[in-house]
Design a protein around this ligand. Structure first.
Ligand code: AMP
Ligand code: GLY
Length: 442
């Protein structure tokens, strides 16, 4: 099949988190989709009669290929970062399967921060000043002799936990010790990126890419820290919201400094990428600049996949059919696509285990009451044990609610999350609160 989708197709989504549940939920609404498989899926995808869980792990490339070929799956959508870094797209494409996602080499923009920073530098995409180091001694020397070098990042995939934003050289050297000497991140810490500290506000921009063209989705903002007020350890994400006022005020600059250079690098053959390119953006200035300096949209990092929980915040707002958009990324026909959004804002609040990210929750019964028609429940760490829904992870559920304003969406989300419960359930109480303040003050 080339070009537009002509008849209903069977789809397989790879992954088992909240992001994959939200993708399956949206794809199931497409008039062009037939069966939706999810491997391995979770309790939420098991409960949805439009979705069929397949008991295959994301690392089981042979099993996934075999299942897809045997069941004539027409299209495979990859959710998480690890299989992309391990080359799942190359593997499945070599078997003749059609896949949404970048090849291993293209996904290097996510799995190597050193590669990603070099790409940005070479393609005029603003990013924090940086240095790459491969051993503790030279990294320590660099940190001690450069007053700007205060952010330390493990090069490889580290579940969002390999980044240390430090206030002093000593703190930065401690971070280098954790990475190089303690080996906390394994091979992902064989190389570090040392960066200048930036100050400003962040947003996530998910950009569909078809090898030639880019199509950004509506901007969103996640909340990575575990506790209110952005305190505590980094997590996979405790909540998200969309749209983001900050994006509207810097839209032109983001086009000029990010989207245009990406398209140019695709055209020049410096980048070969199909799938989702997710930019973590900080609109701000460097630590050494005066607070009056004009704000710049700096790219903090690239991911090569949909964000989690950004996807859970975005899918209920997406008016367009998701399936032709993803399909167009693999057929190089994105230029003909448009993406439409509901006017409503959305807020997604994650219900996690009390001690997440240190520990997760397993085997606790979950109760869910009717959430009403403005709220949606996406499962993350859940499983179906017979007929009983039970916890099975650190982040357990994501509740997304819509509202005419971000304030209303927030109110709806917190009202809805009261309808779900399990032992030791916890959530942040300030998701999207800052955005509400911004919107009320303008
Ligand atoms: P990353 O995984 O590179 O996006 O970094 C994770 C988080 O660390 C970001 O969301 C920021 O909050 C913070 N961070 C990363 N790089 C910098 C930097 N250069 N300056 C300040 N904060 C940063
Ligand atoms: N929410 C950040 C991520 O998906 O990496």
């Amino acid at each position: 099949m080339v070009g537009a989708i002509e008849s209903k197709i069977d789809i397989m989504v790879i992954g088992g988190g909240g992001r994959e549940h939200a993708l399956c939920w949206k794809l199931a609404q497409s008039p062009l989709s037939k069966t939706i498989y999810c491997a391995p899926g979770n309790g939420g995808t098991a409960l949805d009669e439009r979705i069929t869980n397949v008991n295959l792990q994301v690392s089981d490339f042979d099993g996934i290929a075999e299942f897809a070929l045997k069941n004539s799956v027409d299209f495979i959508v990859i959710g998480p970062d690890n299989p992309l870094a391990d080359g799942i797209v190359d593997f499945l494409e070599a078997k003749g399967l059609k896949v949404f996602g970048p090849t291993k080499e293209a996904a290097k923009l996510e799995w190597s921060k050193a590669h990603s920073k070099t790409f940005m530098q070479q393609n005029d995409i603003p990013t924090a000043r940086f240095e790459v180091s491969h051993d503790f001694e030279s990294a320590e020397k660099f940190v001690r002799s450069n007053v700007w070098a205060r952010v330390i990042k493990a090069d490889g995939l580290a579940l969002g936990k390999g980044v240390f934003v430090c206030d002093s050289a000593d703190e930065a050297v401690d971070a280098l010790g954790i990475i190089f000497k303690d080996g906390k991140f394994g091979d992902a810490g064989n190389t570090v990126v040392i960066e200048e500290k930036l100050i400003g506000d962040e947003l996530s921009l998910l950009i569909l890419v078809d090898g030639k063209n880019v199509l950004p989705l509506s901007a969103c903002q996640d909340h990575k820290r575990r506790y209110d007020g952005d305190k505590g350890p980094n997590t996979g994400g405790m909540g998200a919201y969309s749209p983001v006022r900050l994006y509207d005020t810097h839209k032109d600059a983001i086009k000029k400094h990010l989207l245009d250079p990406i398209e140019k690098s695709l055209a020049d053959g410096k980048l070969s990428f199909k799938g989702m390119l997710f930019a973590g953006i900080l609109v701000g200035r460097t630590e050494s600049e005066e607070p009056t300096t004009q704000l710049t949209p700096y790219v903090l990092e690239f991911n090569a996949r949909f964000g989690d929980p950004e996807t859970q915040a975005l899918m209920p707002r997406l008016k367009s059919d998701l399936l032709p958009l993803l399909w167009a990324c693999t057929t190089g026909t994105l230029a003909a696509e448009k993406v439409e959004w509901q006017n409503d804002a959305s807020v997604c609040v994650v219900a996690s285990a009390e001690n997440y990210p240190e520990t997760s929750s397993k085997g606790k019964a979950i109760t869910v009451e009717d959430l009403g028609d403005r709220a949606f429940l996406f499962h993350a760490g859940t499983q179906l044990d017979g007929d009983v829904l039970k916890t099975n992870g650190g982040r357990v559920l994501c509740v997304t609610a819509l509202g005419e304003t971000i304030e209303k969406a927030r109110e709806n989300a917190y009202k809805a999350i009261k309808k779900v419960s399990f032992d030791d359930m916890a959530c942040r109480s300030d998701i999207a609160l800052r955005e509400v303040g911004r919107c009320l003050s303008t």
